[in-house]
Structures are given as C-alpha cells and as structure tokens.
Design a binder for this molecule. Structure first.
Ligand code: N01
Length: 535
C-alpha cells in the first residue's frame, strides 16, 4: 500500500472539515479530508431522524462566503436536516471539495512522529487500510458526534425497531399507525414528539427532565425576500462575530432588576414573540449569574407554556412549579407545536421520576408501575459531547502519550484549538472553544481563519514543529473555568459532561462570549504567538 503524504489531514466532512479544506487549500496547503460517512454533512449526515431541524435561523447558520450564498436559497428560516444536506452538496459544487476527500473511511489512529515532525495516520475504509502522513493533523470530528445510549436492561431483546436519533437509518423508520416510545426530551426528543405525535397510533414519552423549550417562530422564505435580504448579508455575517452568541441578536446590557416589573414583562414578551433561545435567555445579562433573575425568567416561561397545556397532569410534569435546574443552564430547545402535541389524546407522558424504567422487554418498556407495549423505540438520549469524538481515535502525541491519558484529570487546551504535548495537531469547534452557545459555521470560520494565518506564518519561517506551551495552556484552562457563569454549574448538562454517568464534571466550553474569544486569538497573533513553541 502506497503511503500518501500531505501538508494537512482533516478528519470529518461537516462544517469544520469542509471549511478547513476550502480555506487551507486556498492558502496553498495540500490537504486530504477523511470522512466516515458516504458524503458531506457531519451532524446532518448522521442525524436523519424525522423532524431534525436546526435551531438557528439563516443566514445565521451558513458560511459567509459570497461564492456560496449568492446563488443559494433556503426554503425556511430554520432549515430542515434534509435542506442542510442539500446545502452541503451546494458547498461541494461551489468550492470543489470532493476531489480532496476520502469517504466511507474511518480514521483509526494518528501518531506523532518526532523524527519527521509529522503525523502518521491510519484509516480503514471499504477497500482496506489507508495510510498517510501529514505535517498537520486537524480534528473536525464534531462536538456532538458520539451518541450516548444508556445501559438500559433488555434493550437488545426488543423485538420492534429501535434507534438512537443520531444513528437513524437512511431508509427511515415508520411511525404511521405504530405504537412509538421515546426516551429523552432534549432538542432531539422535542422534534421527535412533534413528528411522531401526529403520525403514531400511540406515542409514549418517557421524560426525566422537562425541556424549557421556547418558540421557534418558523416561517417559509421566498426567493424574492432572500434576494432583497442578500444585500445585507455581508453586514449580517460581520455582526455574527460581534455578538456574544454569534447571532444577530445581542444582550441589552442591563441586569434583570434594573428594569421595573412592567419594563421587564414587556421585554420578556418581546423576546418570546421574536422566538429563538438566544434572545430569550440573553435579554438580560444576569440570567445565568443571579438565581433571582433566573427565577423571574422561569416564572414567565412557565406562565406562557402553561397557557398552551390543557391537561392538568401533563402541565405539572412539563412545566413544574419548581424548576429542575436554572433555565438556560441546559441548552433550551426550540419548539413549534410541542405543548399541543403533548396534550393530544394519543400521546402519553410518563414522568420517570415517579415511574422509572426497569427494563426494555421484547414487546415494550416496563416501568415500576406497568408495561408499555411498543412497535418502535426512539432513544433521544444525547451525546458524549466535546471529547467523545477525540477518544474514538487512537491519538498519540509526544512520547506516545494518548490523548485520554493527557486529559484524564481534565481537558488541557490552548485557545480551544491546540493541546500541549500534541505538536502540529489542531481542532476546531471543540473543548474549551466557544461551542455550546454559538453557531457552528461562524465559530468554524473564526477559528479556521485564525489557524490559516498561523500556518502561513509558520510556513514563511520554515517552521516544522509547533506546540502549545504548558504554562499558556494552564493559564487558559483556569480562565475558561473562571468565566463560566455560576448557575451553569447547577444542571446535569452535556455542557459539563454531566449527562454521562462517570464522566468528569467540568466546564468544557468557553463561556466568555465570542468577541472576548476573538480578542484572545487576536492578542496571540499581535504578540507573535507567545503561547507556542516552534522549531
Ligand atoms: O440530547 P440532550 P439531544 N433515561 O442531551 C434524556 C443539539 N441539537 O440530542 O435531561 C432517561 O439534550 C435526558 O434526560 P436528562 C443541541 O445543541 C440541536 O436532545 O438528563 N432519559 C434528556 O432529556 C442539543 O442541546 C437540535 O434528565 C435519559 C435527553 O435524554 C444537543 O444537540 C436538535 C437517559 C438527552 O437530551 C443535544 O440534544 C437536536 C436515561 N438513562 C440536537 N439518559 C436543533 O438544532 C439521557 N436521557 C433543534
């Protein structure tokens, strides 16, 4: 087998991989992109469950490249998973990506070679093993790439069809006329409810924690409107980099109690009507800092949602008087008709706190109180976020140290893009970067543009080895922990790794807002990359 050699090997064909391939090829680097799936799309390739839809409206959720957006039209303000896959095909056509890609191929290992200052990469594909080496190794593996399937007794005995939402079969699973069970009511679960509730003969939702979902305010888009709006796209795309959450909406700069009750109610109503979780949670600056501010926002949310839940029992489970965690400490989902569907007579809601699941049987799910007969079981149980995708690859840095060993006491990252003792390795949209509250394409552009400048800088100086300094890494890590808002720590969210039993609970996301993050990156460039050691 011939061993190929590149300047850059990129893992993953989602937003990160496609943009890195485009950008670094344009800068003159010879790149290869390796993707496990059979096509581009990343998260949208894998999450094919019915109703999958993004929670950021366009043109917020797309690249800012004019050659891409100028002849692209969306059907809806919040595009569906299918439309996003069509967008990826458009990206491919416009940017000429495919010739540089290897699909149906899984990267198994990447070992740092101190002798050649390059990464030895082994992947496995349809045609056997693939080996290559590259000066730089870039992980674009996605933040929510590895599904979490809880260890529920008997799951393998279920005689009907079951699937995790993030591994939905391409041929689909029929809901029409079936008895469908759903475990998990995060963003994926909400979308399954909206879809399955209108098709299934019976939908049984097993809820552990209520979802504090806010309205999506979906609307169809027509060509004429998009054509007119496109004149403002460059401004819109610029603004995404200037707001806390890479959105066109920004906080009003005030704290909750600076306004009178009437002013506050007006603002809450305005944000509720606007739709989207970023405006609703970001109206006041202290929602995740002050418990009192958080309680006031929760009370408003509960009032609005309760008006739409006609069933008393279901209302008490879906919108309880005492919140299970501060609102916003878990990522709020967007809904279109969630509460109404939940109230339908064919939809049953099981509060798992009252009635825990004991096991899955051949014919359904058995709780402490009864058995629910099912034809289909959907697991919308989330992801091993941030580090899951890294740990699937045998990555070894200096001295053969694995990334698992290196991160066993917590993530060590410099600027959310590089790791001390792992030379020439980069990652985008991952641990200690601005991920959870932000939009993927925007963060990917910010980090990749910065990285491209750095790699050109190194090439101009004939540098072959670059690694983050340990002291800089530790300072940055402390900073990431310190800037996390206190109420964030009070929920068992994937933000903290607290959704996975046994996973260390720690801040994994840069929560200082994107303008502050951009300043960190810019300072590094202006000061001549003091956080890196080069040879
Ligand atoms: O996963 P989640 P998700 N028994 O982790 C429950 C993005 N996304 O796939 O809260 C019973 O949020 C768990 O219960 P609890 C978005 O960033 C976006 O829904 O831990 N239940 C929870 O209800 C989102 O934040 C979009 O008590 C169990 C659910 O499973 C992220 O992906 C759409 C359980 C997991 O919720 C993840 O969302 C979809 C168990 N053993 C996803 N284990 C949009 O753009 C877990 N649960 C709209």
């Amino acid at each position: 087998m011939a061993e190929e050699s590149y300047d850059v090997i990129i893992v993953g064909g989602g937003f990160t991989g496609t943009y890195n391939l485009y950008k670094l090829t344009k800068c003159g680097f010879r790149c290869k992109l390796i993707e496990k799936g059979s096509d581009f799309g990343g998260t949208w390739y894998w999450n094919r469950y019915p109703g999958a839809r993004v929670d950021t409206y366009v043109p917020g959720y797309e690249f800012s490249l004019e050659e891409v957006w100028k002849d692209w039209e969306w059907k809806d303000a919040y595009p569906s998973g299918e439309d996003l896959l069509t967008y990826f095909a458009h990206l491919d056509r416009k940017l000429g990506l495919r010739p540089h890609c290897l699909f149906n191929t899984t990267v198994k290992s990447a070992h740092w070679n101190e002798g050649t200052h390059s990464w030895d990469v082994v992947a496995e594909g349809n045609t056997g093993l693939y080996k290559a080496n590259s000066r730089y190794f870039i992980l674009g593996v996605g933040n929510l790439a590895v599904p979490y399937v809880p260890k529920i007794k008997g799951l393998d005995k279920f005689a009907g069809k079951w699937s995790h939402t993030a591994r939905w079969p391409k041929e689909g699973i029929e809901f029409q006329g079936k008895r469908v069970g759903l475990i998990g009511t995060g963003a994926s679960g909400v979308q399954i409810v909206q879809e399955a509730g209108t098709k299934a003969r019976q939908l049984t939702v097993f809820q552990r924690t209520p979802n504090m979902a806010v309205p999506m305010r979906q609307r169809p888009l027509n060509s004429q409107d998009q054509l007119l709006a496109s004149a403002s796209y460059p401004d819109f795309h610029r603004k995404r980099r200037q707001t806390f959450g890479t959105y066109d909406y920004d906080m009003n700069g005030r704290e909750t109690l600076e306004d009178t009750d009437e002013q506050r109610e007006l603002l809450y109503e305005e944000l509720w009507t606007l739709g989207g979780f970023r405006p609703f949670l970001g109206g006041y600056t202290d929602v995740l800092k002050s418990q009192h501010a958080n309680d006031l926002l929760y009370a408003f949310w509960r009032k609005k949602v309760s008006e739409r839940i006609s069933d008393d029992r279901k209302r008490a489970i879906l919108a309880p008087e005492v919140p299970p965690h501060p609102i916003g400490a878990k990522r709020a989902s967007l809904e279109q008709n969630y509460w109404e569907v939940m109230c339908q007579s064919n939809v049953d809601l099981v509060d798992m706190n009252e009635e825990p699941i004991i096991e899955v049987t051949a014919t359904g799910v058995r709780t402490t109180k009864r058995e629910y007969e099912l034809d289909v079981l959907v697991l919308a149980t989330g992801f091993d976020a941030f580090t899951g995708g890294f740990f699937q690859i045998d990555i070894r840095g200096e001295g053969g140290r694995t990334i698992q060993e290196h991160w066993k006491d917590g993530i060590r990252s410099y600027l959310g893009t590089s790791i001390d003792q792992f030379p020439n390795l980069w990652y985008i949209y991952g641990p200690h970067g601005p991920v959870a509250l932000n939009t993927v394409p925007v963060v990917v552009e910010i980090q990749t543009d910065w990285l491209a400048t750095l790699l050109e800088h190194l090439r101009d100086r004939s540098v072959t080895r670059v690694v983050a300094k340990t002291a800089a890494t530790e300072t940055y890590g402390r900073h990431v922990s310190e800037i996390a808002p206190p109420l964030l720590l009070k929920a068992n969210s994937w933000y903290l790794g607290a959704n996975i039993p046994g996973k260390m609970r720690a801040v994994r996301d840069y929560m200082g807002g994107v303008p502050a993050y951009i300043n960190e990156l810019a300072k590094e460039v202006e000061e001549g990359y003091p956080g890196y050691q080069t040879e």
